[in-house]
Design a binder for this molecule. Structure first.
Ligand SMILES: *[C@@H]1O[C@H](CO)[C@@H](O)[C@H](O)[C@H]1NC(C)=O
Ligand SMILES: *[C@@H]1O[C@H](CO)[C@@H](O)[C@H](O)[C@H]1NC(C)=O
Ligand SMILES: *[C@@H]1O[C@H](CO)[C@@H](O)[C@H](O)[C@H]1NC(C)=O
Ligand SMILES: *[C@@H]1O[C@H](CO)[C@@H](O)[C@H](O)[C@H]1NC(C)=O
Ligand SMILES: *[C@@H]1O[C@H](CO)[C@@H](O)[C@H](O)[C@H]1NC(C)=O
Ligand SMILES: *[C@@H]1O[C@H](CO)[C@@H](O)[C@H](O)[C@H]1NC(C)=O
Ligand SMILES: *[C@@H]1O[C@H](CO)[C@@H](O)[C@H](O)[C@H]1NC(C)=O
Ligand SMILES: [Cu+2]
Length: 204
């Protein structure tokens, strides 16, 4: 699971901040008027279960994720952790991570749960979405969910792609070992974060 934290060794260019539209994110981390930072692992500095808990019901077999992407392309990794107030996202929902092209809206209709993950009606969990852009630094957003037997994946108008296409990048392990030039499975350092913040800072 740690292999999902893929980062470039050197941060040079601006990367894409992004919005997590569905499930509803823990808090808005785009724009101004808050002290959150999408550079902050694991959840942009937003604690779990805030504001009394604003949890989205999610189907027992896996549900939808809708992202608002702002830059020409991004790698997308989606993880899940169990509990009311999750900081350990130790299940991946993208065993093959996504390479998305285009800025706009991406809807993933159904992300199946890993075979070794058993949930039941009422199980609380959180979803972590990581995007990695040209800079190689990760950007994070999280959403709190409750697995529900009667929850349905998004469909129709609620699940549309607008100017974004995505392809699964096969064999994440090989990729993390260096198949993507310059990528290393290192933990995001604040030095990298700050270097990119300098470039990307105010421009979302
Ligand atoms: C952000 O942090 C600053 C400095 O600690 C504080 O003055 C401000 O009220 C905070 N803003 C919000 C929205 O919490
Ligand atoms: C909870 O989510 C709903 C639906 O997105 C939103 O309208 C509302 O503002 C959120 N409430 C809090 C306290 O964040
Ligand atoms: C679609 O995405 C591309 C790549 O980011 C961008 O150049 C183009 O302006 C976008 N088109 C629309 C209609 O937003
Ligand atoms: C969630 O956990 C964090 C640390 O893991 C803690 O600081 C915070 O108070 C917890 N929040 C709630 C609502 O339990
Ligand atoms: C994930 O972490 C939870 C506790 O945070 C633990 O109960 C569970 O066994 C872990 N699962 C895996 C596959 O590591
Ligand atoms: C991801 O897509 C971008 C732009 O479409 C492309 O330049 C890049 O090579 C792709 N990366 C992988 C690993 O397929
Ligand atoms: C995509 O980016 C282009 C160029 O910055 C911008 O004109 C367009 O409005 C963006 N489209 C979306 C859907 O964000
Ligand atoms: Cu940005």
């Amino acid at each position: 699971m740690v292999a999902t934290l893929l980062l470039l060794a050197v941060a040079q260019l601006a990367t894409a901040h992004f919005g997590l539209e569905y499930p509803t994110w823990r808090a808005t981390t785009l724009g101004t008027g808050h002290n959150y930072s999408q550079w902050s692992y694991p959840c942009a500095g937003v604690p779990g279960n805030i504001a009394g808990g604003n949890r989205t019901d999610w189907p027992l077999t896996g549900g939808s994720v809708v992202l608002d992407l702002h830059h020409p392309w991004s790698y997308v990794f989606i993880n899940l952790g169990l509990g009311e107030n999750v900081t350990n996202f130790n299940y991946t929902l993208t065993p093959q991570f996504l390479n998305t092209t285009g800025n706009g809206t991406l809807c993933l209709p159904t992300l199946p749960l890993p075979a070794n993950l058993k949930v039941e009606d009422g199980t609380e969990a959180s979803i972590q979405v990581i995007t990695v852009g040209e800079s190689g630094a990760g950007l994070y957003n999280c959403a709190d969910i409750t697995f529900k037997a009667d929850a349905k994946p998004l469909a129709g108008d609620a699940c549309q792609n607008n100017n974004v296409t995505s392809v699964a990048v096969k064999d994440q392990k090989a990729t993390s070992a260096g198949a993507v030039a310059g990528m290393n499975p290192v933990v995001l350092s604040s030095v990298v974060g700050l270097a990119v913040l300098f470039v990307c800072g105010m421009s979302l």
